[in-house]
Every structure is written in C-alpha cells, then in structure tokens.
Design a protein. Structure first.
Length: 239
C-alpha cells in the first residue's frame, strides 16, 4: 500500500468512468424521478443528476422523457438499484453500482467480469467500509495561486471539509450534506468546475503493477462497459 495518486490521476480516473453516459444518465434520472418525483426543485437527487447530464450536453427533451418514465407518464421502467462488492488482483477493493430490470442477468455479467480478470465477487459489506461517500469538485487551476486561494476561501466558508491543490488541479471535498451548498457557492463566485459529483472515495490506495495492474484495468473497463453498471469505484492506484 502507498500514498494516493495525484489529483490529476484521480481526475483522470473519474474521466475514465464516463462511458455510455447518456444511457446511464437516463436510467439514473428515471429512478430518481420515480423515487422522489419529477420536480428537481423538490428532489435533490434528481437535481444532481440533471446537473451532470446537462453538463455532458444531454438534450433537455431526452431528460424530460426520462423524468416522465420515472413518474409513470411515459411508460414506467422497472429499474432497481443493486450494489456489488468484490476484490480484484492484488487485493484491490471494487464497488459496482448498478441499475437493472433483470438482476439475474446483471449479477451473472458482473461475476463473469470479476472471474475473467482474476477477481472475486464478494458479499455485501465486503469492501464498502474502505470507502467514504463525499462530494468531490475539480477545478483546473494551472498553478494559479490567486485562483487556488479563492477556491479555498469560498469552499471552506461554504462548509467544505478539505481543499487540495497540485499538478494544476484543485480538488474540493465536502460531506454529501454540504455538497450542493459548496458547489453553489463556488459557482456564484464565477468558479467553474471541470467535474463535480457525489462519489465514493477510498481511505487508502493499493498500488498494483505489471500484470496485476493490467488485469485490474481490464476488470474495471469490462465492468464499466456493462449496460447495467452505473459507476465503478476502486482503491487501485493505477497511476
């Protein structure tokens, strides 16, 4: 085990998880609308996913159709949320969040990905304790000390837990409860994030190299490519 990767590496890891965005966003919007209603002002979960979807240039009418499906106006989709946990090569911890209308198919696909890449699907709670749910906001600051200081000041005043700057990026971390307030405060001051989301952050990273590194990378890629998979989290240091 060793220290975590640089902010740039963590940012790159987040970028790599963004495959098949629209399909995944549509499912998440549908489930959020079904759970909390179709009004984003009254449904914080829906508001958050719409922010991400529109930032990725999803057309408004696509999002509106997904909301209607969730509220039953456009033919309800029977998606349910399932989390799988397991280990990859080198003892890497992996969490796989899914939305599926066929859990039997999904668990078979997830198990196949683990097995094919020398990993093991575990039981619920096997690795979740290694991660903390946080709000994570990235800014590209390019070493601009004044901008970094402004982000630090605004974020901490709004309730952020930590602000880290290195390799041309500044990363703001907050509790899930304070995430929206921190994000809004930064936006109000004209600070535009390159990426913002609620995520699972590992407490300790695991270094993998050589064949193990290659197998872990293939496992994560294979999981992310599954239609039913929304997000994949791991504590692998692949930098």
């Amino acid at each position: 085990m060793g220290r975590g990767p640089s902010i740039a590496a963590r940012k790159g890891a987040e970028d790599a998880r963004r495959g098949k965005l629209f399909t995944k966003f549509i499912r998440e919007i549908t489930v959020a609308a079904r759970a909390g209603g179709g009004d984003p002002k009254a449904n914080s979960r829906l508001r958050l996913v719409l922010d991400k979807a529109f930032a990725a240039n999803m057309p408004k009418d696509t999002a509106e159709r997904a909301i209607k499906r969730g509220t039953g106006e456009g033919g309800a989709d029977n998606f349910e949320e399932i989390r799988y946990e397991g280990y990859g090569p080198g003892g890497v911890a992996i969490i796989v969040d899914c939305m599926t209308d066929n859990p039997t198919r999904t668990v078979a696909d997830v198990r196949h990905a683990f097995t094919k890449n020398h990993g093991n699907l575990g039981t619920s709670g096997a690795v979740a304790y290694m991660f903390t749910r946080v709000g994570q906001i990235f800014f590209e600051t390019a070493g601009d000390a004044a901008q970094e200081e402004k982000i630090l000041e605004v974020a901490l005043e709004a309730g952020a837990d930590d602000v880290l700057s290195e390799d041309g990026y500044t990363e703001v971390l907050s509790s899930p409860e304070n995430y929206e307030a921190v994000k809004q405060a930064l936006e109000t001051k004209g600070l535009k994030a390159v990426q913002a989301d609620l995520t699972l952050r590992p407490g300790t990273m695991v270094e993998v190299a050589g064949e193990q590194r290659e197998s872990v990378a293939k496992l994560i890629e294979m999981l992310e490519d599954l239609d039913d998979v929304q997000k994949v989290y791991s504590n692998a240091d692949l930098s």
